[in-house]
Design a protein around this ligand. Structure first.
Ligand SMILES: Cc1ncc(C[n+]2csc(CCOP(=O)(O)OP(=O)(O)O)c2C)c(N)n1
Ligand code: SF4
Ligand SMILES: [Mg+2]
Length: 505
């Protein structure tokens, strides 16, 4: 039997073990045997280690078979939505000037859904390393036609072969990129034989080096085997690349002006939260608010009660159809109207069909690190019993509960937790629709705020903000604004403090 000597073990740019993979497979990648993605990953991982850039490289994994690329590369990793890598890559490379951003995209991801975004990134000449994996097919989704599929090539969506007049002709991305003035380096390579793989390696290393030196946009198109999608064996797929693909996609360098380019300069990004806020909520917005509240907005919006200095992490939960998401949305709007940073993260899915629905809202004067509220919630707003039972353990020992007392039996809560109830479902029926339940709960929230936290001056402002948020959120349904405001006021009137625990901080 023939034996082989391994000249180099796995590159140090790979994680020693692929921990995100299932336990028995942590030394293996998820790709099919013979797939080009694995070879390409190895080339990239080797360069990361050789150039000592693991700590400043981000590998952007696409939607496509390489979606889990970040499982393997020992550097930063981001998986973006389909075709959206160029936007994320642009942001990263501009915000972190020393970073090396590798945008790794397939022919479906880059040349179909993402082409618009891609070509403008090319036009701007962002400082990026592009690896474009052209395997002439959508591999991940079962072999549909890609923009680069050859004329006559059979795919699951062109069972009789791609027809030039019906489906267009293969898209030559490298040629398009090379025709633009800003990219500095464009080359097309193939993974069809060891010799071609070595050329691909050299091209990718050059593109990465250019990015390290901030020379601008480097683009390497890689003709890559997808034996599964093209239903070929190893020899067949190599032959297809060498004899069919290269006729349409000739190999070689299309452009190389990196030596003449000086490092690209872009405006220094703005990190100052206040400046970002000013940009997002300009003066007109302030004037609008002044008019809305009928009083001059205080010059310093931070002169409110101390309570507003703290980050508030709120979980709103109930059954699908109870208006959980709109309630959370109104609360998020209230925070925005008072110039908080705010995140709103609803959970969709089976909940929409009658299970539990939940939403996380975070409001903060500082930058928000995470929009997820899964522990240490300051407030739990529960509209049904299962939601209260489920999320109560996530509430801080000093947290607040606002709940619908007509459907929820309050369990024993800690001495420092405070609960405010309102028989929302019951009162809503009296108002003519169960849909008003969430505005009634909002009333209970306002009552709690008034009793526990707000100064008399804040109280007036708080009610105005609730009203403004309600009007904004229901702007496209003007008829329901008035009844919801009525529900809000009734909720505030009927809300009660349900326990005598110590007031929260
Ligand atoms: C918005 C969106 N549309 C469609 C899909 C389905 N989808 C997943 S991968 C893919 C095509 C990937 O093909 P390609 O970029 O060529 O990658 P390959 O798998 O061939 O490496 C599509 C259409 C998706 N995930 N998201
Ligand atoms: S389907 Fe094709 S591109 Fe995807 S892993 Fe398999 S061989 Fe690779
Ligand atoms: Mg593909």
């Amino acid at each position: 039997m023939k034996t082989f000597r391994v000249l180099k073990d796995r590159p140090a740019g790979f994680f020693p073990e692929f921990e995100k993979r299932p336990a028995p497979l942590r030394r293996n990648m998820h790709y099919c045997p013979g797939c080009g993605h694995g070879v390409l990953h190895k080339i990239v991982a080797e360069a990361l280690a050789d150039f000592d850039i693991k700590d400043r490289t981000t590998f952007i994994s696409p939607v496509g078979c390489a979606v889990f690329g970040y499982y393997y590369m020992d550097c930063f990793g981001i998986s973006t939505p389909h075709g959206r890598a160029p936007a994320v890559a642009t942001g990263l490379s501009r915000a972190h000037r020393d970073s090396v951003v590798i945008s790794y995209q397939g022919d479906g991801d880059l040349a179909a859904i993402g082409f618009n975004e891609f070509i403008h990134t090319v036009n701007r000449g962002e400082n990026l390393c592009y690896i474009f994996v052209n395997n002439a097919i959508y591999g991940m989704t079962g072999g549909q036609m890609a923009p680069t599929t050859l004329v006559g090539q059979k795919t699951s969506t062109t069972p009789n072969g791609r027809c030039a007049t019906e489906d267009g002709i293969p898209f030559r991305v490298a040629e398009i990129v090379a025709s633009q003035p800003n990219p500095v380096y464009v080359e097309r390579v193939a993974l069809s034989s060891p010799k071609e793989i070595m050329k691909a390696r050299a091209a990718i290393r050059k593109a990465i080096k250019n990015t390290m030196e901030r020379k601008g946009l480097s683009f390497v198109e890689v003709l890559s085997p997808c034996p599964i999608g093209l239903k070929k064996d190893a020899a067949g797929i190599s032959k297809f690349i060498d004899e069919e693909m290269t006729k349409i996609f000739p190999l070689g360098k299309l452009k190389d002006v990196a030596a003449e380019r000086v490092p690209a300069e872009h405006p220094v990004p703005v990190y100052d939260c206040e400046k970002v806020r000013a940009a997002l909520f300009p003066q007109e917005n302030r004037a609008e608010k002044e008019e809305f509240f009928g009083e001059k907005l205080r010059e310093d919006i931070y002169n409110e009660s101390e309570i507003f200095e703290k980050e508030r992490r709120i979980k709103v939960a109930g059954a699908g159809g109870q208006g959980v998401l709109s309630l959370a949305y109104i609360i998020a709007h209230m925070a925005r109207l008072r110039n908080f940073n705010v995140t709103y993260l609803p959970t969709y899915g089976p909940e929409m069909r009658g299970g539990t629905a939940d939403c996380s809202v975070v409001a903060s004067r500082r930058e928000i690190a995470s929009p997820i509220v899964d522990s240490n919630a300051n407030m739990l707003i529960a509209l049904n019993q299962p939601s209260l039972d489920k999320y109560l353990p996530q509430l801080k020992p000093t947290g607040i509960i606002v709940y619908d007392s007509s459907s929820i039996t309050l369990p024993e809560i800690s001495e420092r937790q405070v609960a405010y109830g309102v028989p929302a479902a019951q009162l809503a029926v009296g108002l003519g629709s169960t849909r008003y339940g969430n505005s009634l709960i909002l009333g209970a929230l306002a009552k709690m705020m008034e009793e526990l936290f707000l100064t008399p001056e804040d109280t007036k402002d708080f009610s105005a903000v609730v009203e403004a948020a309600l009007r904004e959120c229901f702007a496209d349904k003007p008829k329901i604004i008035a009844p919801n405001l009525e529900a809000f006021r009734l909720g505030k009137e009927k809300a009660f403090r349900a326990n005598t625990g110590k007031n929260p901080e």
